[in-house]
Design a protein. Structure first.
Length: 224
């Protein structure tokens, strides 16, 4: 039976991105995620219904060496959302990607945000293309909005969780078959980023970063 009551469902899935120093000099990074991130996460509701649901599947395992380059040489994650709405009201999926942790190497070499800072070179794009970050772009931007403390002993960003973007998907009513939408999330260090070390000391503020991004969201029937 189709349901006319308003349903709200929630989803959370973590995509961990660990960036570590590779060698003692500038500037290759290694990104690692583990196989447990290769999971299907179901939306849940206090009033479960076979007529309205959503799941998110993301591929998680892999290792990538990062360096200043194009987006296709960075991190690429496939995210597929499957859903069904066989109720009498249209619905909307809202999926939000946030940075939930961000740790830098040392207080001696703090990365900086803002328009003239280092974090503007860490970029992202959500697209419908599996081969290019500039085709079928849904959302794009960078990490410049993160707040890094300028004094004290803290080595973590102070503006967390930090929202990168929210992607919405309209879901038609009275659709009895399961639907799906696939996106590709690219995260990379832009090719224009440069840093010059002096002597034997690696002073690059973007070395040794570790940060986590987390998907969360809802699917809810629209107001009638």
């Amino acid at each position: 039976m189709k349901e006319n009551k308003k349903l709200i469902l929630a989803i959370v899935v973590v995509l961990a991105i660990i960036i570590a120093v590779f060698g003692a000099t500038y500037a290759y990074w290694t990104w690692v995620s583990n196989s447990t991130q290769n999971t299907t996460v179901s939306f849940t509701t206090s009033a479960p219904s076979a007529d309205m649901y959503a799941n998110l599947t993301g591929n998680g395992a892999g290792t990538t060496n990062l360096k200043p380059s194009t987006c296709t040489n960075g991190i690429k994650k496939t995210v597929t959302i499957t859903y069904k709405n066989n109720t009498v009201q249209a619905a909307t999926i809202s999926a939000t990607l946030k940075v939930t942790s961000f740790k830098f190497r040392t207080t001696s070499y703090r990365p900086t945000g803002g328009d003239s800072g280092d974090l503007k070179y860490i970029k992202y794009a959500l697209t419908t293309s599996s081969t290019a970050c500039d085709s079928g772009v849904q959302k794009s931007g960078d990490f410049r909005g993160l707040t890094i403390p300028t004094s004290g002993t803290a080595t973590v960003a102070s503006s967390l969780p930090y929202t990168l973007f929210t992607q919405t998907i309209p879901v038609n009513a009275n659709v009895a078959t399961e639907q799906s939408t696939t996106y590709y999330l690219y995260i990379w260090l832009d090719s224009s980023y440069t840093h010059e070390n002096e002597g034997n000391e690696n002073s690059d503020p973007l070395q040794g970063l570790a940060f986590t991004t987390e998907w969360s969201g809802t699917i809810a029937q629209n107001n009638s």
